[in-house]
Design a protein around this ligand. Sequence first.
Ligand code: IMP
Ligand code: MG
Length: 182
Amino acid sequence: MENNIQEVLISQAQIEERVSQLARELSREYAGKNPVFVGVLKGVVMFFADMVKHITVPCQIDFMCISSYSGTESTGTAVVKKDVSVDLKGRHVVILEDIFDTGTSLDFTYRYLLSKEPASLKICTFLDKPSRRKPEITLKPDYVGYEIPNAFVVGYGLDYNEYYRNLPYIGILKPEVYENAE
Ligand code: IMP
Ligand code: MG
């Protein structure tokens, strides 16, 4: 599996440091607000667990799942496969995501959760690939772990065809892996 990794882009130690910094920042900003952290499955699992372990204020967690990628290209359309179960009306909600790429998925998730009338709605993404953003997407992430270049990455929850999610770091997948498969 690791033979297919071209380069470790973000090490396990770097991830741990950045995630605890982000969680401290969110704990300060959400003190007294009883936030709800909503994770978008499945890519967010590792980031989500690491983040909430470091949140020091009372909070609730929930998950949703929308239709995802197949291979390395976004399909452009989304459907809700699993909805949240906490009532978000009047709540301070933070969406946690693995990666903000073209922006299609997060734009959909953001608008969907906004329709539930939260008191506030913010976006915290572990990775941001601004160079890939579709021009019509004006949504901006409020909190970003790392801005990364335009490369297909795996690990720390992120997959290629459902594999590599278990790697404890963010690695760049060798392009021949997906070029040979398609
Ligand atoms: P977007 O709709 O193009 O922003 O894509 C968001 C989703 O695509 C993410 O939640 C990931 O599941 C997937 N994705 C985008 N870029 C990558 C990548 O580099 N590696 C793995 N998955 C990715
Ligand atoms: Mg995802």
